[in-house]
Every structure is written in C-alpha cells, then in structure tokens.
Design a protein around this ligand. Structure first.
Ligand code: SF4
Length: 218
C-alpha cells in the first residue's frame, strides 16, 4: 500500500535521523495547499518557526502572507510552504544559523523531495539564496531573481528573495512586488514561464494601489 502525505508528514514530525534534532523544539514539516498548485520553499526554520511548528512566521511570514494577499492567494488554502530542512539549525549559543550544504542535502533529499512528489506543484518558488542553491548550486539570486530557471534537479523554479532579505533591503520592495505579480501571471498562463517574458496581449496593467510597501508589514 502506498504511503499518503499524512503518513509521510507523521514520519517527518518524529524524525531523528540527524544531529539537528538536538537543537529543535519541534519539527516543522511545512504547510500544504492544493495539489498541482503553488509551492514556496525556504531554507530552514528559525526561532519562531521552531516554537510554533509552522514555516515562515514572525515578520518574514507576515510579509510573505501580505505578498500572497496582494495576488489574491492564501497560504494553506492555495499555497504550500516548505523548508528544505525541517529542524532549526542553531549555534552553540542557541541562535539561528545558516544550514550547511550537507545538512540541506541530508534532510532535503530525505523528506522534501518526497513531499514534492505528493504535492506535484505546478510552480515552485524558492525564497532566498540558500533554497536556490539546493536546486541549482551554481546559480545566484542576484543573477536570476524574477526568472524561471531550469535546475540540476527535475524541477523548474521561479527565483525570488527571502522575505527577511526584503525587510533589510527596502529598496527591493518594488521589484519584490513585480516578482509576485509575475508569479500570478505565470500561474494564470499569462506569461511565458520558460523565459518569463509576458504575452503582451494579456499583460495586466500594474495597479499602483496594489503595490505593497514596507510599512504594511511593520
Ligand atoms: S533536520 Fe531533517 S533529517 Fe535531521 S532530524 Fe530534522 S527532519 Fe530529520
């Protein structure tokens, strides 16, 4: 009998396969939206995610939710949100730290690919450079942000910034708004996903009033 996504998630929540189990409060498996839908992927849980057991909470999560709201999408209802690593990487002092490539490979290949097999996303969006490098190690966010790229894995992904990076770099907010508008256009078939060029006849005029500003999230 084949395994269900619920059964897979139960296994993830009790996983003790690597040393990251030692620093966690709980495993953060992710949030599932629709099958064949949109899936956002970040790197690993931080302090607040570890406390709540939910990916992208705190100010970063609030910004992600606002960006989704701007394109009329709601996480869980419409959108899956996963991290490659399911347990919070910590320093010896108990602070957040960037996961190593080995940690990313170990957990991501053990669990996230299986989640993606169930979700079969129509579109994957990576949030930030660490998540991007998991799929495409020789690619940088600065060169590919806002583009759909082929990767070394079986997946095509749309590249954008981590919301925490936007919170520190307010000057990128307009570009971030454009990325999310283009995510919606690609999902709706209004934009060529292979090169992210818009089909001019279906181009949706950008509404100034729909643009998000940083003050919306503070
Ligand atoms: S990080 Fe991944 S592989 Fe390691 S214990 Fe947590 S769920 Fe298991």
């Amino acid at each position: 009998m084949s395994e269900s996504l619920t059964e897979l998630t139960k296994k993830i929540t009790v996983c003790e396969a690597c040393h990251l189990k030692e620093g966690r409060t709980q495993v953060v498996p992710g949030i599932y939206g629709q099958k064949n839908g949109l899936c956002f992927i970040g790197e690993a849980p931080g302090y607040y995610e570890d406390q709540k057991g939910v990916p992208f909470v705190g100010r970063s999560g609030k910004l992600l939710d606002k960006m989704l709201e701007g394109i009329n999408l709601v996480r869980q209802r419409d959108v899956s949100v996963l991290n490659i690593i399911k347990c919070r990487p910590t320093t010896e002092e108990g602070n957040n730290r960037t996961p190593t490539e080995k940690e990313l490979r170990f957990c991501g290949e053990r669990w996230m690919y299986k989640q993606l097999n169930f979700l079969s996303p129509k579109m994957i969006v990576t949030l930030g450079g660490i998540a991007l490098k998991f799929f495409s190690p020789n690619t940088s966010v600065t060169k590919t942000a806002g583009k759909m790229i082929n990767t070394d894995s079986n997946y095509q992904i749309f590249v954008t910034y981590h919301p925490a990076y936007i919170l520190r770099n307010y000057n990128l907010m307009e570009e971030y708004n454009t990325h999310f508008e283009n995510i919606k256009r690609i999902l709706n078939g209004e934009m060529d996903e292979t090169n992210s060029k818009e089909k001019e006849q279906q181009k949706i005029p950008k509404q100034k009033s729909e643009q998000k500003s940083l003050t919306d999230f503070l």
